[in-house]
Design a protein around this ligand. Sequence first.
Ligand SMILES: Nc1ncnc2c1ncn2[C@@H]1O[C@H](COP(=O)(O)OP(=O)(O)O)[C@@H](O)[C@H]1O
Ligand SMILES: [Mg+2]
Length: 362
Amino acid sequence: MQTDVANPRGHLSLRGLTKRFEGLTAVDHLDLDVAKGELVAFLGPSGCGKSTSLRMIAGLSQATSGTIAIGGRDVTNVPPYRRDIGLVFQSYALFPHMTVLKNVMFGLEMRKVSAAEAERRAREAIALVQLSGREDRRPAQLSGGQQQRVALARALVIQPSILLFDEPLSNLDAKLRDEMRAEIRDIQKRLAITSIFVTHDQVEALSMCDKVAVMNGGRLEQLGTPFELYERPATPFVASFVGRTNRLSGTATGESVDIGGMRLAMPGRHAGPVDIMIRPHRIQMSVTGQGGAGEGAASNRITGTIRSSSYSGDLLQYDVAAEGQVFRIERVTRSIEPPLDNGTPVDLSWQIGDTLVFEAAR
Ligand SMILES: Nc1ncnc2c1ncn2[C@@H]1O[C@H](COP(=O)(O)OP(=O)(O)O)[C@@H](O)[C@H]1O
Ligand SMILES: [Mg+2]
């Protein structure tokens, strides 16, 4: 993509954004457009360049090359405090000696807003994150979740045009994390603030965000809606990072693939080495002789034997040995369903359309 800051397509536009540290390219030619009011996740494994990208957008780190535009203005060389950005980090970075109110007012006072106006706006932001009544507490008197709300209020109070989140929920327990996700999403939507949400948690990225930018080794692998990423992953990396998969390698001829002697149908026509992937919960399983598997659309059918199982209440996972391969199967327990014994013979089937096919790099 061409560098074109004069004509950016997004409210936030990155063109060729690159960061090199000594001997390491942490972010490699990132091109991205985020529309006004959109929430986009940066998703990828630890070290793939998410935080470095965010820090460049915020102006906390100087880009090696490339450009950043916000609202059509090139801000690549604009200092952080003049970029109009709100930041929420994993560590809350609150001032411990200041009250909640003072913490939230701080950014406004720095911007020379009058004390009365700053207090009015700070109280509004505190109400927005549901902390009214706690204005006079100090951070140490609040729970982790409440401190993160203060951090959010502090980011919101300056009415930023862009909000940046860097793994803000990683320090919270699972239940609180769920609540905060919903609340952040709700506030972000209501205020229609263009936002980037960095996370290594695929469930968080998919469930909260309008779009997800999957990063790997400093590069953008794919930008898409959660549905697109899950159902039409562009690369094997995206397919295996977003959701779980069975991955098999074989040799394609037309509409089928040979995997160590097992012949499977697949969508499209291919030739030569391919990797195919099938999601564990898209595979139907029934005990051999008891029927039930694979009604309906054109399917692959094979038989196998249960090797092991793992039960987590809502989900049953099985490893099934079949045709010299091991298939991971997941079933949602729709009624009381004890795990089947190891050694049980089973029939497996899946719809041909549920197979993801990637031509292997030659
Ligand atoms: N200040 C720095 N100096 C040298 N290397 C850095 C610096 N900051 C980050 N890195 C490296 O850049 C890569 C990307 O880091 P980061 O953006 O923090 O990843 P993520 O947030 O996706 O986990 C990593 O290999 C990291 O070690
Ligand atoms: Mg990081």
